[in-house]
Design a protein around this ligand. Structure first.
Ligand SMILES: [Zn+2]
Length: 405
């Protein structure tokens, strides 16, 4: 049983609850279950306490609403926030402490009509491995991607929704560069926020409130003589323009950008007023990323997908594949899944796709062109994991949009 439930059972009334112990137990339970976030949210009749495990929110406990102010007050103290302010959002952090297994807490407090909602993001450096080989890329994608990042110049973009493993993949790419080149390569990053400190890499944290914005940081960074530059995210035309210029002038630039598909990254940048011919010559490749939960080994059973899912699959695939799912057990908190694996789609820039970009080809058409040129899609790479019994059809359909089939 979790510590929070145990503690609540040990006290006889709400007045006797020690808020510091309660909050500590919630954090310890979240850490123990390797969750990424804790949500403390006032609902109609209770405070819902939920944790995000492998990308999925699940309930930890419910608490009486009357405890809300004391709980948010306690978390604000821990994160060094203004305790009497309850009508404006606040953000803060509590540094890693051995008490919580060296997990750093990033706290966001947000006012709602029912009171303040608190989300605590947990950063656990011990759980993170920055080795490209362990992310779950299919072997040919891994080889191509490694080749890409060892190039002396060009722009490499990663694309995927929040929580799709972009930061881990980018950090792994930078660590791979350090491993390959050792002290002969100068690597700088500008990030918002810096999530982990990497060895032999100069990382900088953007601060918009102090005017240290992405464009400002990058313009100065160009005078720092870097070989490789990591930009946390391209989200405005100025940053996009500097990134493209840097990629064209002998730097390896790696960054992330939001768009609804891998091929859609080009249209997004054209909308940021970047000339298509500059994109064609600077972008070396775009990596689409998602994370699939992997089936728990302790409760894995054979299970045929439902008819709707079968309808999405080629007959030959169905005939040659043994499908699995997780039934749920104590090892996986009854979810049927344990851990996650990356699924990718690598759009390599070549003569044909470059020509398509220069002609401002529509995203769908550009994608078809990339497939003709040998791009394995997210869907195909996800099915390869189903075929190996790593994940289930339920998970593939949940994570990879069917329009990407
Ligand atoms: Zn299980």
């Amino acid at each position: 049983m979790d510590l929070t439930t145990n503690y609540l059972r040990s006290v006889d009334s709400n007045e006797n609850i020690d808020i510091a112990i309660l909050v500590n137990n919630i954090i310890l339970d979240a850490v123990g279950q390797q969750s990424s976030d804790i949500h403390v949210e006032p609902w109609e009749n209770t405070i819902a306490v939920r944790i995000r495990v492998s990308g999925i929110l699940q309930e930890l406990t419910h608490l009486p609403l009357e405890l809300l102010d004391r709980i948010t007050g306690r978390i604000k103290v821990m994160a060094d926030l203004v305790t009497y302010e309850s009508e404006l959002p606040q953000e803060g952090r509590a540094p890693a402490s051995p008490e919580f297994g060296n997990v750093e807490l990033r706290v966001s407090v947000f006012p709602t009509v029912r009171g303040e909602k608190v989300v605590v993001r947990l950063f656990d450096p011990r759980n993170r491995s920055f080795d490209l080989k362990t992310l779950g890329f299919e072997p040919d994608t891994l080889e191509q991607f490694m080749k890409l990042i060892r190039r002396p110049s060009g722009l490499i973009l990663l694309n995927g929704p929040t929580g799709s493993g972009k930061t881990t993949a980018i950090y792994s790419a930078l660590c791979h560069l350090v491993e390959t080149h050792g002290p002969t390569v100068s690597i700088s990053t500008v990030e918002d926020p810096v999530e982990f400190n990497l060895p032999m890499i100069s990382q900088s944290q953007i601060s918009n409130s102090r005017g240290f914005t992405y464009p400002k940081a990058l313009r100065s960074l160009m005078r720092q003589d870097p070989e490789a530059i990591m930009i946390g995210e391209i989200r405005d035309p100025e940053t996009a323009s500097i990134a493209v210029q840097a990629g064209l002038t002998g730097h390896m630039v790696i960054s992330t950008i939001h768009s609804d598909s891998t091929a859609g990254v080009y249209a997004r940048l054209i909308n940021m007023n970047i000339e298509p011919f500059l994109l064609a010559s600077s972008i070396a490749g775009v990596l689409g990323l998602r994370l699939l939960r992997t089936i728990c080994e302790h409760c894995k059973v054979e299970a045929q997908p439902n008819s709707e899912q079968l309808g999405l699959l080629p007959d030959e695939f169905v005939q040659t594949t043994t499908f699995y799912t997780g039934q749920g057990c104590d090892h996986c908190a009854d979810t049927g899944y344990h851990g996650r694996v990356a699924v990718t789609e690598l759009l390599m820039s070549d003569e044909v796709t470059r020509e398509g970009v220069i002609q401002k080809m529509r995203t769908r058409k550009l994608r078809d062109l990339a497939i003709d040129q040998g791009m394995t899609t997210l869907w195909q790479n996800a099915l390869a994991k189903v075929q190996r019994g790593v994940t289930s059809m339920d998970e593939v359909v949940r994570v990879v949009a069917v329009d990407q089939l």
